[in-house]
Design a protein around this ligand. Structure first.
Ligand code: SF4
Length: 466
């Protein structure tokens, strides 16, 4: 099933689509206000972009520096080539502790590796402690946004879910009451957690420490209560020095939600006395993307979600329509690298308007990369035959002024004479499914232009009398 078909399902509920669109646009506007309040924001973007470019160009060296510094801090470092290795390492660590109960803060990497189902299948209780993540975990859904995982749900949906799983009153949808119910429920899970798993926003090569940004403080609570902390990070999370961190923390929250900074920016550098800390460093296709010069800049992503909030296609098709852990414009660049065949429709889920590129805090040329993926997919034969042949046909038609003029005449006549049901039939004209075609004009601009007088009147020079 391709993106357009999945988006069609989302669009069936017109009210929800409009609400989703407006809610994310509200976040985008908040981002704009936060950005305009920082006069040096563009300089920060440029600096962040250069730091990430530099780090990616020496990633092997920085990874080794990070590993050595982390080990010197008493942290165990593990390397995973892919999702299967990542999951096996974590299960092994949990079993070594004899643990059966895990608390986990938000980590898109563990979503990417499908860690939850893997651990549950092996008899481990996994509790997502981020509120949005817990809601979708109850509903057995995937996150639809990387920062706002349950943004596709209304408060009434959350009320129904909590009634089912937490026993709140039927029909209760007051956000304050629902949040309090989740708080009480999660507090017990935090206290029972034996191992805490967290994601990583930034890993500092110089110190060997990792930085986790949350708004709920759930990562801190989980890590401080459990005997073991396992932090999972992709290889691209590195920054060279601790002094670089401020550049990114100033950009991240402003771009994500319009906040000046995330509520909690927590540094985990070494295990507390009597406890263990592990870091699992994961590749899972990232070195392959690093080896693609046209797409390596996508590894600069700091997962702020701004490109999703601004994207007109994402806002009106919903995160689940991408069927990939990271949806939206950046997901449409990352996903074909993982599985070109499965995700071949995603680079086409864009108007190429460039709004994603404009808001990206690390200056990734997102829309250019989307356009490049289309070419790569074309060359790899991963474009549907109907699209390939229609593009060839259009190429011929647009290459000849005469053929173009004749086809325009034909189309105007056809639109005038054919019945509405035929010109707007879904199988024949998908564009017109949700739109009315304009009245065909009597003549084209070209025909009108040819009828105009050929001589162009010269501007008159004003007479000057001295
Ligand atoms: S590509 Fe840029 S805008 Fe999109 S999530 Fe990543 S950092 Fe944010």
């Amino acid at each position: 099933m391709n993106h357009a078909i999945r988006a069609d399902k989302f669009l069936l509920d017109a009210d929800r689509t409009t609400w989703h669109d407006e809610t994310l646009w509200f976040v985008r506007e908040k981002r704009d206000r936060a950005v305009y309040a920082v006069p040096e924001f563009q300089e920060l973007r440029e600096l962040a972009s250069q730091i990430k470019d530099h780090t990616l160009s020496r990633l092997d060296l920085y990874l080794q520096e990070f590993e050595a510094a982390a080990q010197a801090n008493g942290v165990h470092v593990h390397w995973a080539a892919d999702a299967a290795e990542h999951n096996a390492i974590i299960l092994d660590l949990i079993r070594q502790q004899g643990a059966t109960r895990i608390v986990k803060s938000k980590s898109m990497l563990t979503e990417e590796c499908h860690l939850n189902p893997y651990l549950i299948q092996h008899g481990i209780e996994v509790v997502d402690t981020d509120l949005g993540e817990r809601i979708i975990q109850f509903r057995e859904e995937a996150p639809s946004h990387i920062v706002l995982p349950a943004i596709h749900l209304k408060k009434e949906d959350v009320g129904d879910t909590f009634h089912l799983h937490l026993g709140t009153e039927k029909g209760e949808s007051d956000p304050q009451l629902l949040t309090e119910a989740a708080r009480q429920h999660l507090r017990a899970k935090f206290l029972a957690g034996q191992v805490a798993i967290s994601g990583v926003n930034f890993a500092v090569a110089e110190t060997g420490g990792v930085v986790v940004c949350t708004n709920e403080g759930n990562a801190d609570l989980g890590v401080n209560l459990a005997a073991v902390h396992i932090a999972c990070m992709g290889i691209e999370k590195l920054i060279p020095r601790l002094t670089d961190l401020g550049v990114f923390t100033r950009l991240l929250a402003r771009s994500a939600t319009g906040q000046p900074v995330t509520t909690y920016t927590s540094h985990f550098t070494k295990p507390a006395a009597g406890k263990e800390m592990h870091i699992v460093i994961v590749d899972n296709g990232r070195t392959q993307q690093l080896g693609r010069p046209d797409f390596r800049a996508s590894l600069k992503c700091i997962r702020c979600g701004a490109c999703m909030n601004t994207c007109p296609v994402y806002r009106r098709s919903g995160g689940h329509s991408y069927d990939f852990t990271v949806p939206g414009p950046i997901g449409a660049i990352l996903s074909p690298n993982i599985d070109m065949k499965k995700h071949r429709s995603l680079p086409f889920a864009s108007t190429l308007c460039g709004s994603c590129t404009d808001v990206c805090p690390v200056k990734i040329d997102i829309h250019t990369q989307l356009y490049k993926w289309r070419q790569v997919l074309g060359e790899a034969g991963e474009i549907p035959a109907s699209k390939k042949w229609s593009m060839k046909f259009m190429g011929r038609l647009l290459a000849s002024a005469r053929v173009y003029g004749l086809s325009g005449q034909f189309a105007r006549q056809a639109l005038r004479l054919l019945p509405h049901g035929l010109t707007h039939a879904a199988s024949f004209n998908a564009w017109a499914v949700a739109r009315e075609l304009p009245e065909p004009p009597k003549q084209s601009f070209r025909e009108w232009y040819q009828q105009q007088p050929k001589s162009v009147p010269q501007p008159q020079t004003p007479q000057v009398t001295v």
